[in-house]
Design a protein around this ligand. Sequence first.
Ligand code: AP5
Length: 245
Amino acid sequence: KKQEPLRVMISGAPASGKGTQCELITKKVSLFGMDDDPLGFWFYISEYEISVLESLSTNICVIDQYDLVHIAAGDLLRAEIAAGTENGRRAKEYMDKGQLVPNEIVVTMVKERLMRPDSQEKGWLLDGYPRSLSQAVALKGFQPDLFILLEVPEEILVERVVGRRLDPVTGRIYHLKYSPPETNEIAARLTQRFDDSEEKACEAAAAHSPSKCGISSVNVDGSVSKEEVFAQIDGALTQLLEAKE
Ligand code: AP5
């Protein structure tokens, strides 16, 4: 059963856990029996586990709970860099220094992605945008239902940046201490993001103060475990869905 699509923005300093939480939000599924009765529990599982479940029983139907298109400003920029475009080359100069990329590059890119049919139909989860009042104003016409702000003290942010690792094969984010890789094979191929360093984390944390612009917003304590952070976000999104119904 499809509800009216949700439009959500998630913001916070670098390494506050936006990407981690977006992964949990987009992975949360609900299970239904053939008679459409909810089976009574919810959890987040991988695509592989879903395919195993579906092959075990035809009586189970797995439905994405939020089914939102995850749009991360940083990922869009990294894709431009990887594609070797002029915008990517210019963006990299700023990203290497932990500075915001100029609006003329970011705004158009984010707007174009928000206007694509999948975002319009399913709803979206916009990650890392807006990061300034001018970016919020530029996005007029794309009003979110909810703005989530992850609040994390600076000393924890630095620890998270320094321990963060990227799996270049799956794009998954790990942390050497808090979210270690599942296998030695994955551990061996992990890389550090080019803009991750203690010094850059401190500089950028001060610059990335999100503006709320009168939108319905929720402040989330992002300093606790990722499951506890998710519980707060999940509660806010569930309330929002109920209010929409
Ligand atoms: P972007 O990619 O958005 O990076 P960011 O804001 O620096 O955010 P991060 O991806 O670093 O962190 P995150 O909050 O997603 O945390 P994560 O889940 O990885 O932007 C990169 C650059 O692009 C910017 O610096 C800027 O130059 C440019 N840019 C992007 N958007 C822009 C815009 N709108 N305008 C202009 N320029 C823009 O978690 C971090 C680590 O902590 C991980 O290792 C994770 O495993 C761990 N962790 C997460 N949650 C927890 C927890 N609860 N407990 C313990 N560990 C945790």
